[in-house]
Design a protein around this ligand. Structure first.
Ligand SMILES: *Cc1c(COP(=O)(O)O)cnc(C)c1O
Length: 379
């Protein structure tokens, strides 16, 4: 089956009683046993649920993994993977990863005895240098948030494997339609399904997808033991969203390319960060390892924070809001919004300035998006 067909069909067929065309929602917390020795595959919804199972089978097929666990948030998916490690273990991550992931690593798991190094992953040599005998995991996020730096997934996975560590990729920003880290040698993929996979800004969720049996068993155990699984209702919403992932991503990208080109030629814009632009420093790498450039972009405004406030006040279609990956276009200010969980020094180190705005381009017609930006940016 081709990707778009998998989106629509894999895992969906769960109703043998009435043959419903879509997956039913099974909100039941518990399931009857036929007798002491057998049940129908589910006993308690924290451990497993038919609606959630449909989503898990679907997402595993989209990334090309063998198993998936759908969790209640993206952060709980990431937390589940970190519980694979023990005090004394060392994890290497990029210096510009998602702010919430940075906070979870730096403020929560560090206290539990896991050691973290944050390096500039644009150069795989920096990862090689940071590897120690205790390094158990290299954490990859590409494109990065909010400045759209690209990490060479295959090169980093090779470094990790050579040093005896596993690699985990947060594939939220592109979705499996545009990037499949397993094909580059990655061991585990996580998503915030809140973003493109659900795609409609109406659910918070996550998932961990594995491709090795021992990881699948460990993650399944941890998600059940920690109680991180998502509700059947949320699973159903994400499953519904995923069916249109392919066409949505195409529409998102069409808008993003148009918006990036418009901003790039605007006199009041200092810099545009979008891997689809030929002058992006890793444009060639993005072309090689991604199937498209995605729909996240950032830009620096001339005039700093006062200019930022003026533009945000004038925008009508772009909603001033965090998050990304929904059908509606959003704009946000990383310095005080999405990246507020990093301290100022860490933000500046990551290249986030007081004049940086981040855009999640929705699926509206590009002409309408550009018209809105044009009136807001006009002097
Ligand atoms: C949103 C996001 C997360 C966290 O997901 P939640 O669903 O908000 O918990 C993690 N990584 C990336 C790249 C994200 O964009």
């Amino acid at each position: 089956m081709q990707f778009e067909t998998r989106c629509v069909h894999v895992g969906v067929d769960k109703d043998s009683a009435y043959l419903s065309a879509t997956t039913p929602i099974y909100p039941s917390s518990t399931f009857r046993w036929d007798d002491l020795n057998s049940n129908r595959g589910f006993d308690y919804t924290r451990s497993g649920n038919p609606t959630r199972k449909a989503l898990e089978e679907n997402l595993a097929a989209l990334e090309g993994g063998i198993d998936c666990r759908a969790t209640c948030t993206g952060m709980s998916a990431i937390a589940a993977t970190m519980h694979m490690f023990q005090p004394g273990d060392h994890v290497i991550a990029g210096h510009d990863i998602y702010g919430g992931t940075y906070r979870l690593f730096d403020a929560v798991f560090r206290k539990m005895g896991i050691d973290f190094s944050f390096v500039r992953m644009g150069d795989p040599e920096n990862v090689r240098r940071a590897m120690t005998p205790a390094t158990k995991c290299v954490w990859i996020e590409t494109p990065s948030n909010p400045l759209l730096n690209i990490v060479d997934i295959k090169a980093i996975c090779d470094v990790a494997r050579a040093g005896g560590a596993i690699s985990i990729a947060d594939n939220t920003f592109l979705s499996p339609y545009l990037q499949r880290p397993f094909e580059q040698g990655c061991d585990i993929v996580v998503h915030s399904t809140t973003k493109y996979l659900n795609g409609h800004s109406d659910v918070v969720g996550g998932c961990v997808i594995t491709r090795h049996k021992e990881h699948a068993e460990r993650i399944s155990y941890l998600v059940n033991a920690l109680g991180l699984a998502c509700s059947p209702f949320d699973a159903w919403l994400v499953l519904r969203g995923v069916k249109t992932l392919g066409p949505r991503m195409e529409a998102h990208q069409r808008g993003a390319m148009a918006v990036a080109n418009f901003l790039n030629s605007h006199a009041n814009v200092e810099h545009v960060y979008y891997p689809g632009l030929a002058d992006h420093p890793q444009h060639e790498l993005a072309k090689r390892q991604q199937r498209g450039f995605g729909a996240m972009l950032s830009f620096d405004l001339k005039g700093g924070r006062p200019a930022v406030e003026k533009v945000l006040a004038k925008l009508k279609m772009f909603q001033l809001a965090e998050s990304l990956g929904g059908v509606e276009s959003l704009i946000e200010y990383p310095d005080t919004m999405s990246h507020a969980s990093m301290n100022e020094a860490a933000r500046r180190e990551a290249g986030i300035t007081a004049k940086t705005l981040r855009v999640s381009v929705g699926i509206e017609h590009p002409d309408d998006l550009i018209a809105d930006l044009a009136q807001a940016l006009a002097d």
